[in-house]
Ligand binder design. Structure first.
Ligand code: NAD
Length: 308
């Protein structure tokens, strides 16, 4: 493969100003250009994009600027011999810090005071509402980049950290690692259950009514994975009947979250608009990954983060 042009798709604008990415890639030996949505591609083309377009299949290589590539038709890329790479490996700090932010917000009740502030209300919590993260159990489901970013920080706050991993092999800072078939055992005693898996046929609907019944009734669900990993209707029902205490959600079935979703209105639900990985340095992180693979291709070496 010989890359003659690196095309930046306008969809990268969903994560960063495209010009920042163009500037960060300006030192490459290949021309880098922002293209239109209807651009056509051919041999020698590489594309950097947030989402998929059918025209990409004619390029040699497509880089997805997200870790989750569930919206890309992977089989079609594979069949066409078009390389697809993703951006796993760069979100451990951003998402890790956001998740700790959710945990601290819920435990220290910051969302309650911020809500009251809008009404100029001096609100004090019930005596038994606030708690500390120290010694509370967190169960992180998926111990890859995101999961490790969360477990490292949770361990630093003296939380009791357990996790779920496909292999079940030990992970630094995680006291017990369960396998997916032990999910209920893993989440049963956790104050916080954090979802950090990709969306796959195995993880779709992984957290549904039986899991909410298994969770502690003072437990919180945190979803920074993908919306469909959670059965959203079952989540709403669990919140309504107080089977769990609340949730922090960054990913939803439909995004933007529809205005009439009941999830907007729970006091104990903190919603963020799929921004847990947002950072003003995103263009640099993506440029580092893309540069590495441009160099790998030039050297005839294997692509980093190759999906197919
Ligand atoms: P990663 O590949 O580094 O880690 C994912 C881990 O989940 C892997 O270790 C994998 O083995 C594990 N896994 C898969 N199925 C599992 C199961 N059934 N049970 C337990 N573990 C399972 O990926 P990552 O960079 O950590 O990202 C993970 C996912 O998080 C992405 O695919 C994406 O969907 C989502 N994500 C969301 C945001 C956001 O802004 N909210 C940002 C980055 C990633």
């Amino acid at each position: 493969m010989h890359i003659e042009r690196l095309a930046v798709d306008p969809s990268v604008g969903l994560a960063m100003p495209p010009q920042r990415l163009l500037d960060a890639l300006a030192d490459l030996d290949v021309p880098v250009e922002l293209v239109d949505e209807d651009e056509q591609f051919g041999p020698g083309d590489a594309v950097v994009s947030f989402g998929h377009r059918d025209s990409f299949i004619d390029a040699d290589w497509v880089h997805c600027i997200r870790a989750g590539y569930d919206e890309f038709p992977v089989g079609v890329y594979d069949e066409a011999g078009t390389y697809l790479t993703n951006s796993t490996g760069i979100h451990g700090t951003t998402v890790g810090e956001t998740v700790i932010g959710y945990l601290l917000t819920l435990a220290r009740r910051l969302h309650v005071y911020r809500d009251a502030q809008h009404d100029h209300e001096w609100t004090r919590p019930r005596y038994d509402e606030p708690f500390t993260l120290r010694d509370e159990r967190i169960c992180v489901v998926g111990l890859g980049t995101l999961g490790q970013g969360v477990t490292d920080r949770a361990a630093a706050l003296d939380m009791d950290v357990v996790g779920v991993r496909q292999s079940g092999k030990p992970v630094d800072g995680v006291s017990t690692v369960y396998t997916p078939d032990q999910l209920h055992e893993a989440i049963r005693d956790a104050r916080f259950v954090v979802l950090a898996t990709p969306l796959t046929p195995e993880t779709e609907g992984m957290i549904a009514e039986p899991e909410f019944e298994t969770m502690r009734d003072d437990g919180y669900l945190v979803n920074v994975a993908r919306g469909p990993v959670v059965d959203e209707a079952a989540l709403v029902a669990a919140l309504e009947r107080e089977a769990i205490a609340g949730a922090a959600l960054d990913a939803f079935d439909d995004e933007p979250l529809p205005e009439d979703s009941p999830l907007w209105d729970f006091d104990e639900v903190v919603l963020t608009p799929h921004v847990s990985a947002a950072t003003s340095k995103y263009h640099e992180d993506i440029a580092t990954l893309v540069r590495e693979n441009v160099e790998n291709i030039a050297a005839g070496e294997a692509l980093t983060n190759r999906v197919v």
